[in-house]
Write a protein that binds this ligand. Structure first.
Ligand code: ZN
Length: 80
């Protein structure tokens, strides 16, 4: 059985803004467009137990262009 880690990095499905959320939450609000995101319907780009690691991932997403996001996700999957 897969156990969820404490923090997840998600990307808003409306405005593509990445954000950190706690995985125990059911919903989170996008800071950019104000949309309420259902975590059960939002894929986690990354999961970690440490907030600092999640912040690093956000930094890397922000540093890359939107059209490189899929590439970035592929990279994360391979690096696990
Ligand atoms: Zn948004």
């Amino acid at each position: 059985m897969k156990q969820h880690k404490k923090y997840a990095v998600i990307v808003c499905n409306t405005c593509k803004q990445p954000k950190i959320t706690e995985t125990k939450q059911k919903t989170t609000k996008c800071m950019r467009c104000g949309k309420t995101l259902q975590l059960s319907k939002t894929p986690f780009v990354y999961e970690t137990n440490t907030l600092s690691e999640a912040q690093q991932v956000i930094g890397q997403i922000n540093a890359s262009k939107d059209d490189h996001l899929d590439e970035f996700k592929t990279f994360l999957k391979k690096s696990r």
